[in-house]
Design a protein around this ligand. Structure first.
Ligand SMILES: Nc1ncnc2c1ncn2[C@@H]1O[C@H](COP(=O)(O)OP(=O)(O)OP(=O)(O)O)[C@@H](O)[C@H]1O
Ligand SMILES: [Mg+2]
Length: 269
């Protein structure tokens, strides 16, 4: 299982420091909620974990993030392999302009997994990786990931329809199925339920709860109630500083920093 260690991470956009000296060890196989007011650096911290900040021209990054002991900011890093291990679920779903079935089948195909690692019991390094997959195997894969994402029952009779026909809540679970189809160990999710109606949001939350036994799920949310419902471990940022981080029961029951107390009580937002 991937271990993520953040060490003295500083991120600036131009001359604007956005994350200030963040050091943090992320617990495995839990739901970690990153919370804090708008603009405090939550998305930036999340994106720093799989090198998505690289897409910005004026970003400067110092310090280090280690995944499984390996520094992800070293120049020789295989970024594709990192992003396979650390998947990203964005705020809004962007289904590919193809069928529901192909949206899910596309992930294993482009990542060359094809060999049903998940179904054969193993994950990385399965001997089946790269092997040719029959249609029947592919069908099983698609069913497997749609089931993990909590969508299978709703779409099993309409797999060949365009994904764009799904509701936004269903599309977000399809996006989750696609993330799962690359067989990540860590799932990064940025406000993954904020575009959804309350019922769809609960469905996605429920899947996260089921998935955490096998995955580390790092969830950015500005909804305190969601962090209380879902989080096992809470990371609180305020204006680029890491103010407090600890297990959820302790964080909400016994916050030690004055800013945390004010935020948890709703005095600052
Ligand atoms: N690409 C960028 N270029 C310049 N500044 C940026 C960029 N992305 C973010 N910032 C700045 O970095 C700071 C932190 O932004 P970030 O998106 O991480 O905040 P956030 O906590 O996710 O906020 P929100 O809750 O509103 O999503 C903000 O001041 C923002 O304006
Ligand atoms: Mg954000």
């Amino acid at each position: 299982m991937s271990r993520i260690e953040i060490n003295e991470l500083c991120v600036s956009f131009g001359r604007n420091p956005v994350l200030k000296n963040i050091s943090l060890s992320i617990p495995d196989r839990q739901i970690i909620c990153i919370i804090g007011p708008s603009g405090c650096g939550k998305t930036t911290l999340l994106k720093s974990l799989n090198r998505l900040l690289d897409l910005n021209e004026d970003v400067s990054i110092t310090g280090d993030v280690r995944v499984d002991g390996q520094s992800i900011y070293q120049s020789r890093l295989d970024v594709t392999a990192l992003r396979k291990k650390v998947g990203f679920l964005p705020q809004r779903p962007y289904p590919l302009p193809m069928s529901i079935y192909d949206n899910v089948a596309f992930g294993p195909r482009i990542h060359g997994l094809d060999g049903l690692n998940a179904l054969s019991g193993g994950k990385a390094g399965s001997p089946a990786a790269g092997a040719k997959t029959s249609r029947k195997d592919k069908d099983r894969l698609v069913e497997h990931y749609l089931t993990l994402a909590g969508l299978w029952d709703e779409v099993k009779d309409r797999l060949s329809e365009p994904a764009a026909k799904l509701s936004i809540g269903q599309q977000q679970r399809l996006a989750l199925a696609r993330v799962l189809s690359i067989e990540p160990e860590v799932i990064l999710a940025d406000e993954a339920t904020s575009a959804l109606d309350p019922i769809s949001a609960r469905l996605v939350e429920n899947q996260f709860r089921l998935l955490k036994k096998d995955y580390t799920i790092i969830l950015v949310t500005h909804i305190l109630r969601q962090a209380r419902r879902l989080g096992d471990y809470i990371v609180f940022l305020y204006m680029g500083d890491l103010v407090e981080h600890k297990p959820a029961a302790e964080f909400f029951g016994d916050p030690s920093d004055e800013k945390t107390k004010a935020y948890v009580n709703g005095d600052i937002s």
